[in-house]
Design a protein around this ligand. Structure first.
Ligand code: ADP
Ligand code: ZN
Length: 297
């Protein structure tokens, strides 16, 4: 059975794995993200000499996913300056000599769940991560959705609640976008302590759910997903999912009436793959790249 390399490239850590066509993860290591000169050789060393048929990368971004573009496979305008305009796909391809699949970190995670996890029974789904940043992966018709670029659903504008003790969201680009108001660092900025230390203060999580619920109403109205997955560090707060479902019901105000909206505990769900959804999605990206270049399973 061919082996596939998988890289979940994040701003703080790089998760490298080897998997197979069943989505089984056979090996997995995590490497801190430094600059490309320090980190790339470590990544390549992990994947080299393993007899891989292809590699898949789910990458922090923004990234260029347009195959015809001269900068296809580049990390483009990222705030991580040392990675800006970095040709990550070409480096892997040249160094390892195998097909390389590529997508955003959140599209990869959404794909992992769609192939092997809690959205495998539907064709259209979204995956939201609420962590250091907020990101949204979109699966439409079973495939990760791209367009002009790729969805940047963490930066949609949300209405700041009038009683929010933080006068303005922290996104350097938009202020009051979802990431600016609801990311882990936004919680810390607003309340003066890390989220993990605020577990027993209900107002923290009610406001957080207000923003995430508002964003989910927007995704429901624009993309009409058949299921919504919510993950990321902030979702370790177990009170969050019920609060989010409550906010979605309240803010939607009965406008959309479907069987899914009647059962929000089956519609808005947690991640299902034990934090492997990103690398498992990257395995699927590798499989797709392998098949596209004539490989057979
Ligand atoms: P990243 O987004 O960097 O990949 P995570 O998804 O783990 O990583 O998100 C990290 C963010 O989540 C931090 O801002 C952190 O404060 C917050 N976080 C992590 N664990 C918890 C928790 N148990 N409760 C609330 N917030 C948390
Ligand atoms: Zn923003």
């Amino acid at each position: 059975m061919p082996l596939f390399g998988a890289l979940e490239a994040g701003g703080t850590k790089m998760v490298c794995a080897v998997g197979n066509e069943k989505g089984e993860i056979l090996e997995r290591v995590s490497i801190p993200t430094r600059d490309p000169a320090g980190t790339m050789p470590e990544l390549l060393d992990f994947f080299r000499d393993k007899g891989l048929a292809a590699v898949g990368i789910g990458c922090f971004g923004p990234v260029d996913l347009t195959p015809q573009s001269p900068t296809y496979g580049y990390i483009t305008s990222t705030p991580k300056l040392s990675w800006r305009n970095y040709p990550i796909v070409r480096r892997f391809r040249e160094e390892l000599g195998v097909p390389v699949g590529f997508d955003t970190d959140v599209n990869a995670a959404a794909l992992g769940e769609a192939v092997w996890g809690c959205t495998r029974d539907v064709e259209n789904s979204i995956y939201i991560t609420v962590g250091t940043g907020v990101g949204v992966g979109v699966i439409l018709g079973g495939r990760p959705y791209h367009g002009m670029l790729h969805p940047e659903g963490g930066h949609i504008f949300v209405e700041r609640r009038a009683d929010d003790p933080m006068p303005r969201g922290i996104c350097p680009y938009h202020g009051n976008c979802l990431e600016g108001l609801a990311s882990g660092p936004a919680i810390e900025q607003r309340w003066g302590r890390k989220g993990i230390e605020l577990s027993d203060i209900p107002a923290v999580w009610e406001l957080e759910a207000y923003y995430i619920g508002q964003a989910i109403c927007t995704y429901i109205c624009t993309l009409s997903p058949e299921r919504v997955i919510v993950g990321g560090g902030v979702m370790h707060q177990e009170q969050m999912l019920p609060l989010i479902r409550q906010e979605v019901r309240r803010q939607m105000h009965g406008y959309i009436q479907t069987k899914q909206m009647e059962k929000l505990d089956e519609y808005i769900v947690p991640v299902s793959l034990n934090d492997n959804q990103g690398v498992m999605g990257a395995v699927q990206l590798a499989i797709d790249a392998y098949l596209a270049e004539g490989g057979t399973l």
